[in-house]
Design a protein around this ligand. Sequence first.
Ligand code: FES
Length: 75
Amino acid sequence: MIVCSCNVLSDKDIRTACHAEARPRSTGQVYGCLGCSAQCGRCARTIRKIMDEALDAAATACPAACKGCADGQNP
Ligand code: FES
């Protein structure tokens, strides 16, 4: 599903960027990871929501279940 019509970014693109080695922490960093920048900004909330879901899933999936993962501080 396209979430950013200005840059033609899909939800999958956002999830892929969230799992990239650079680990973007802001919507601006996600745009940067995907080689673009915010235009109208309408998609920012949706991108943030996808980022939060991706980070929650990564923390839940950690086999060590350490405190850093629960706090979202470890990759
Ligand atoms: S819809 Fe994403 S910047 Fe416009």
